[in-house]
Design a protein around this ligand. Structure first.
Ligand SMILES: [Zn+2]
Length: 509
């Protein structure tokens, strides 16, 4: 590499600096050198190899998305374009209990491939449990807990930032609080975070919040409640009480915060519409169970009851995102698919349609399950960080939830610009320093001298999400410059062929 006589590698001039703290913007130049922020201030007399004129635009820290699922996809699309173009420079994967277990090997592989953005991971309860117990529907024995603890400990040594659970999913849903606490304890000496996809986000959400806080309190971990929401139409509005409960725990001294994606549709698999006992022991066991008329009736009866409890009159709220055996289902809801198959529009028939799809391996889904009143109230709560709960998308494939493409831009366009729910500075704080604090990325999430040079330049009047439920495969527009570790991955809105991302291995303090 040629040695440059210039003061900086990159000099961003004339921008309004929004530093990530939530404080109001100020006017300053930002000088970057060797992947770090070298200076912030009046740098008019300084030279640089490359100058970016940010007049009329803001300069912010790169966004940190602490809730993603990129296992399997990041290897195929290491640039992570859908995230980069939405301003994300760091992702945390391994959420909802699902992660790689062999982190040392995986990190080494990703470092060889080279990523467009920085990546950190949690170690997932479900993945660890699957490794030790398969998908058995029972509590863990003491010996099994010791084996799982060893896997968590190893992953933390290899650099995981914390421990995650997905307590609605098989097999984590078969665990009790004692098991989760025991595994969280294996992470506690590493100054870790506990990221919880809770056991319930509807009727029993208060019990679920209490369980998540109990795990954090007993194991000595900070608690991040993932994709905080009310997913049950019958109790829309209940976020008033759940936020008060979180605040109450904070008053007691528990370090608990939440994250949220700014949409009223959720996304997960089709299996969650079934009782979890029906999903134990793998696909073959599921098929055998559903082949027994008596068991199938029991499954259907529980599904029907659950549907009513949630407050839905049919399955039109459940929209197929990706169904392997028949792509023509993608984008249609279960009621439409049921009718399309020539069946009468009854809940019983729709349940049969779902069970038919489960036998063929299931599907990825989008669910219209939240109310905007709750979404906006949770967004206003000061300890809510912005996180997508999305993944790295293969452009054009399936009908994924738009959150993977447009989470941050949607907050800035819809909730800052249109609705005025948040100030620009506060929105940026929730995308930068708030998640950095909880996940202990000590040199990211703020514009400060010495910090890593993850920096965005954009016009807050122009940035917008383009991805929709009906037409998801569109990148966000308006993030003109995205710099990762000092290198421009996006220049004037166009992707460059550089991949300067790093693996962020957690260090115990
Ligand atoms: Zn989740």
């Amino acid at each position: 590499m040629a040695v440059s006589a210039a003061d900086y590698d990159v000099l961003i001039r004339n921008g309004r600096v929004i530093d990530g703290t939530g404080n109001p913007w100020y006017r300053a130049d930002v000088g970057l050198k060797d992947g770090r922020i070298a200076a912030i201030g009046n740098l008019a007399s300084k030279s640089a190899d490359r100058t970016i004129d940010a007049a009329g635009r803001v300069v912010t820290p790169g966004f940190i998305d602490v809730h993603t699922h990129v296992e399997g996809a990041v290897e195929l699309n290491p640039m992570g374009a859908n995230y980069i173009l939405d301003g994300v420079t760091t992702i945390v994967t391994g959420n909802c209990g699902g992660s790689r277990v062999d982190l040392k090997e995986w990190f080494e592989k990703l470092e060889k491939i080279k990523l467009g953005l920085n990546l950190a991971t949690l170690i997932g309860h479900n993945s660890v449990r699957r490794e030790v117990m398969g998908t058995a529907n029972r509590l863990a024995t003491d010996e099994e807990i010791v084996k799982m603890q060893a896997l968590v400990d190893k992953a933390m040594q290899d650099g995981a930032v914390g421990f995650s659970t997905g307590l609605i999913y098989v097999p984590g849903t078969f665990s009790d609080t004692r098991e989760v606490v025991a595994l969280a304890k294996a992470a506690s000496k590493y100054n870790a975070v506990y990221a919880s996809h809770m056991r319930d986000e509807g009727d029993k959400v208060k019990e679920a919040i209490t369980e998540a806080v109990t795990v954090g309190r007993e194991a000595g971990l900070r608690v991040e409640i993932s994709h905080f929401k009310i997913d049950t139409p019958r109790i829309w509005g209940f976020s008033k009480e759940t936020i008060a409960l979180v605040e109450n725990f904070r008053k007691q001294g528990v370090d608990v915060v939440v994250d949220q994606y700014p949409y009223d549709h959720s996304s997960t698999n089709l299996g969650i519409t079934l009782p979890s006992w029906a999903l134990a022991d793998g696909q073959k066991a599921i098929e055998e169970r559903l082949a027994s008329p008596e068991t199938r009736r029991r499954v259907a009866a529980e599904m029907k009851q659950r549907l009513a409890e949630l407050g839905h009159k049919d399955y039109s709220y459940a929209i197929v995102a990706n169904y392997g055996p028949d792509a023509s289902y993608n984008g249609k809801n279960i009621s439409e698919i049921n009718k399309g198959a020539g069946r009468a529009a009854t809940v019983d028939n729709e349940i049969e349609t779902i069970l038919g799809m489960i036998v063929k391996g299931g599907a990825q889904m989008v669910y219209h399950s939240m109310g905007m009143e709750d979404v906006e109230r949770i967004l206003r709560y000061p300890n809510t960080a912005i996180a997508s709960d999305g993944g790295i998308r293969e452009f054009g494939s399936g009908m994924p939830h738009p959150r993977s493409y447009g989470t941050n831009a949607r907050v800035l366009a819809e909730f800052v610009r249109n609705r005025g729910t948040l100030t620009l500075e506060d929105a940026v704080r929730r995308m930068t320093s708030l998640p950095a604090r909880t996940f202990r990325f000590m040199d990211r999430g703020l514009l400060r001298e010495g910090y890593a040079a993850d920096v965005l330049v954009f016009d807050p009047a122009r940035v917008k999400d383009v991805s929709t439920y009906q037409d998801p495969h569109h990148y966000t527009e308006g993030f003109d410059y995205v710099l990762v570790n000092g290198q421009a991955v996006v220049s004037e809105g166009k992707l460059n062929e550089v991949r300067p991302g790093r693996i962020l291995r957690h260090k115990a303090e």
